[in-house]
Design a protein around this ligand. Sequence first.
Ligand SMILES: [Zn+2]
Ligand SMILES: [Zn+2]
Length: 175
Amino acid sequence: MIVNLEKLKQGRNEFQVEYGEKELDLTKVDFTLLGKVRAHLLFFKSRTNVKLSIELTYRLRMTCSRCLEEFERDFNEKSTYYLKQGQEEYREEKHLTDEDIFTLYYAVEEIDVTPLVREMVILSVPMKPLCREDCKGLCPVCGANLNYENCGHTQEKVDPRLLKLKELKDLLGKS
Ligand SMILES: [Zn+2]
Ligand SMILES: [Zn+2]
């Protein structure tokens, strides 16, 4: 979606937009967009400065980095951009409170929101997605999914403090 900043009225300008997988160019990524990304765009114009708040809701299917099972999760992402007229078109990133604040300088009077939405979606996906916090992963010996079965190959979980003690015992046992 391309918005002409010159044409926005002073104050609030709101839009509801939906983006599909193809529009956002999310076909060659390692997650799947389920349905559409619903975007709420709020442009707040004050003279020539524009504050753009984007709120997105969407659902993704990802692959767990430990057990390799697919799982789905809902996302709700918010970002704020300050649009200032200028020569350069670059981005300055600042982290304030819990929202990501960006300042975009626009050389032209129009802004394409689609790449911003795409970036927000991509950045929301964890580097190592987990189906759940305590996913047990796959057995390194037989590949069994340890969330569902106990193949008997894995050692019992050892408390790191006990491990130290065990190392010490082994050491003493050797001497
Ligand atoms: Zn998992
Ligand atoms: Zn096993």
